[in-house]
Design a protein around this ligand. Structure first.
Ligand code: TXA
Ligand code: MG
Length: 316
């Protein structure tokens, strides 16, 4: 695979958006900036392009895709039987890093959902993604633009590094402002359940609509719930404090390993923004072990702990 033919285009330029539209209509895949991570996008109506997503990502077809919409107003085109609390939530948070699982309408093709009767939808909060979505009379399906099980991309260059010429072009929208994937809330159950933690927190959801939320992870219906996920090449070891990280670091170095400490636990917003880039940097420097200091277990810290824990349990 070569990176030669993949262009990174300015997502704020009209010419970039126009070429992206043309490529999507030609059933090609593009790299799309969102506020969470970069996506590998295809038109929701292009079965051919959707099949390519699974091939390029080396992703099992029973891991369905998130459908990205231009606005809350598009919700009823793609979903049915939306509970009132889900409407309230989406209306309040979109555009933003919340994905909801709802019953699908007949406009959603089987390839998107892996033949399930439910579909995952969200409106991304990124000017380039919204500009593109507003120029299409269609949705965009987009998983994170990395190979299955690996670390998600948070810059346009990460997408090219991972997928090379498997993407026709990447729209550059800068560094993702959130840095971890969206919160996924299953709204098809009598008590909604969080399937993946993200920047929209349980506290925030509860404050918007007075509902109980099932916090148990239940069966692994979101691939991000799988143990072996978010896996860099390096080993990740966890520490609860900076002092503990230093002790672990010293012993690793004594044992002849190259190691780095990842410690932004005093600023969770920055931690989330930097998390995947830091792990990628460690890999490009052939670091053996990253010792990550876990942030406090609330708010955005919950999502960071979740990704770090999964990265640390990945087997190589
Ligand atoms: O922040 C994000 O959500 C990013 C950006 C690009 O929008 N996208 C993303 O997509 O993380 P992906 O494919 O890497 O993760 C989507 C997750 C998967 O774990 C998938 O199994 C789950 O959503 N999912 C999708 N449809 C589902 C459904 N109908 N029921 C349950 N889980 C579903
Ligand atoms: Mg992913």
């Amino acid at each position: 695979m070569t990176n030669q033919s993949t262009q990174i285009l300015d997502g704020d330029a009209e010419s970039g958006i126009n070429l992206a539209i043309q490529n999507l209509r030609d059933n090609l895949l593009i790299g799309l900036p969102t506020e969470t991570v970069y996506g590998l996008a295809a038109l929701a109506s292009s079965r051919l392009a959707i099949a390519k997503i699974f091939k390029v990502k080396e992703r099992p077809t029973n891991h369905p895709l998130i459908l990205h919409l231009a606005s809350y107003a598009d919700l009823d085109k793609w979903t049915v039987n939306v509970p009132d609390y889900a409407r309230t939530l989406c209306n309040a948070i979109w555009p933003g890093p919340l994905t909801v699982i709802l019953q699908r309408s007949k406009n959603v093709c089987d390839e998107i959902t892996g033949f399930r009767e439910t579909v995952a939808v969200r409106v991304p909060n990124h000017r380039v993604a919204l500009k593109l979505l507003n120029s299409l009379n269609d949705g965009l399906v987009a998983p994170s633009a990395n190979r299955f099980g690996k670390v998600s991309p948070t810059t346009a260059q990460h997408v090219v590094d991972d997928l090379g010429s498997d993407v026709s072009l990447v729209l550059d929208g800068g560094v993702c402002s959130v840095g971890v994937e969206s919160t996924i809330l299953d709204c098809t159950l009598s008590t909604p359940q969080i399937l993946r933690y993200g920047a929209v927190t349980t506290e925030q959801i509860k404050s918007i609509c007075e509902i109980d939320i099932d916090l148990s992870t239940g069966e692994s219906r979101a691939s991000g719930m799988l143990e072996k996920h978010y896996a860099p090449k390096c080993r990740v070891e966890l520490a609860e404090t900076s002092d503990q990280a230093q002790t672990i670091l010293n012993s690793l170095i004594e044992n002849g390993l190259t190691a780095r400490v990842l410690d932004y636990s005093s600023d969770v917003i920055f931690y989330a923004q930097e998390l995947y880039a830091s792990l990628r940097r460690a890999d490009s420097l052939n670091i053996d072990v990253v010792v990550a200091v876990m942030p406090p277990n609330y708010g955005l810290g919950v999502a960071i702990r979740d990704r770090l824990t999964k990265a640390s349990t990945a087997t190589h």
